[in-house]
Design a protein around this ligand. Structure first.
Ligand SMILES: O=C(O)c1ccccc1NCC(=O)[C@H](O)[C@H](O)COP(=O)(O)O
Length: 195
């Protein structure tokens, strides 16, 4: 089960995610309580070992803005969140990083339909921490896709059983308040998934 911990802002939280066994960490560079500057993203990305994917998260920015931020921060993947047009993915294809498409359950859920490397199926409101009807997407995407939206240490096992994703993505569920991660919750989440 692939695990992405999203919305990291502090070095100690990046370290906790890496040590707990996360496969990917998300650095939000768009409007959000978890937003960090490109410079801060570069500092955090530099702390992440090569086996863990660094994902720059964007929503609504044009491809050139995303390209510049990705190059300056050194992330190895970019996540376009929301209903970005196919052309945005095409425009970033030569960037040399993985492309992640994050959408709600009503969008096109075919993995790779927009030439992305990874699909995330999320709640209608990104980063809200609100659970939704995860079972509704069971069997719809196939391949490399992550379930997101309202996951937490106490419900992630049920969510995996309900939706049968390839991996999971969490932000609010490992925080004490919006934007403030808790290392103990990060460990608890990884333990719940791996257990
Ligand atoms: O997390 C945010 O604040 C955010 C803002 C704008 C675009 C994307 C954002 N997050 C992307 C993620 O991948 C989150 O992990 C995902 O939405 C799940 O969030 P949560 O329900 O809080 O676990």
């Amino acid at each position: 089960m692939y695990v992405k911990i999203c919305g990291l802002t502090e070095p100690e939280h990046v370290a906790a995610a890496v040590e707990a066994g996360a496969d990917a960490v998300g650095l939000v560079m768009t409007r959000s309580p978890r937003r960090i500057t490109v410079e801060r993203a570069a500092e955090l990305a530099a702390l992440v070992p090569g086996h863990v994917l660094t994902v720059g998260v964007f929503r609504g920015e044009d491809p050139e803005t995303v390209r510049a931020a990705a190059l300056a921060s050194g992330v190895r993947a970019v996540q376009l969140h929301g209903r970005h047009p196919h052309g945005d993915f095409t425009a970033l294809k030569d960037l040399g990083v993985r492309l992640v498409r994050a959408v709600d359950a009503e969008a096109d859920l075919r993995c790779g339909a927009f030439d992305e490397d990874l699909l995330i199926v999320d709640a209608p409101h990104a980063g809200s921490g609100l659970p939704w009807e995860w079972a509704a997407v069971r069997g719809r995407p196939s391949g490399r896709w992550l379930l997101a939206g309202g996951l937490a240490p106490g419900n992630v096992a049920d969510a995996i059983a309900a939706a049968e994703p390839w991996g999971v993505d969490v932000s609010s569920g490992v925080e004490t308040s919006p934007g403030v991660k808790d290392p103990a919750l990060i460990w608890a989440f990884l333990t719940a998934v791996r257990g």
